[in-house]
Design a protein around this ligand. Sequence first.
Ligand code: SF4
Ligand code: SF4
Length: 236
Amino acid sequence: MIKIKRFDRKKEPNSVTMEYPITEGLNLLALFYKLKSTLDPSLSFTGVCRSGVCGSCSVMVNGKPTLACSYTPKSGDLIEPLDYHPVKRDLIVDKTKALHTLNQAQTWIHKTNNIPRDTQNLHRIERQSNCILCSSCFASCPVMAVNSDFLGPFALTRALRYTTDSLELQPLDTLTAIQQNGVWDCTLCGECTAVCPQGIDPKMDIMNMRSKSVQNGFDDPTLANMSFGFDFTQGF
Ligand code: SF4
Ligand code: SF4
């Protein structure tokens, strides 16, 4: 049996955890479909491609964001909706705010001369381009618990992708957009990297974006509050 946290805002209580049987050989998303068609038509979830490409079926499995179509359920598993996303119903969440971080971070090409990318540049942005926007990294990030305005891992990964793209002639626009609630607010815990189904490393990308920021004249705001063991106001 697995446990699924159900949510219905029209019911009281609106959240309840229910148990369902596992079927040998079915991944979690396939199991959702089977449970819906045979046992509980009201079970609500999201899943489109069923092959780890669309990124729509992410759920929390025992507290860890996971693509349901890529996971084999085990007895005792607790399935919940993604953290830090408003729940619409059962396992369906609203990703509007998470996806809006791409706008806030200005992750697009602002100005280009349309000279084709060379192979080396294509290779440098390949991994970040493979993001499927599953929001697993967003749901794993502990900064979200204390700062809901944090841009989050996938927006910052995509910011690296666009500021590295040789087509972009104005990378400063994106760099400027990620200074506040962005690169400097990450704790470098690595949770996002650990859960990414695409093998992307948002933590490393954020560290790279910090380097790019400094190289382009931005400061780490946390340095202003450090004493370095010396009171500079007292002079030398
Ligand atoms: S490394 Fe940074 S962005 Fe990634 S989960 Fe940790 S705090 Fe969030
Ligand atoms: S970086 Fe990875 S975990 Fe984050 S949204 Fe993209 S594919 Fe999903």
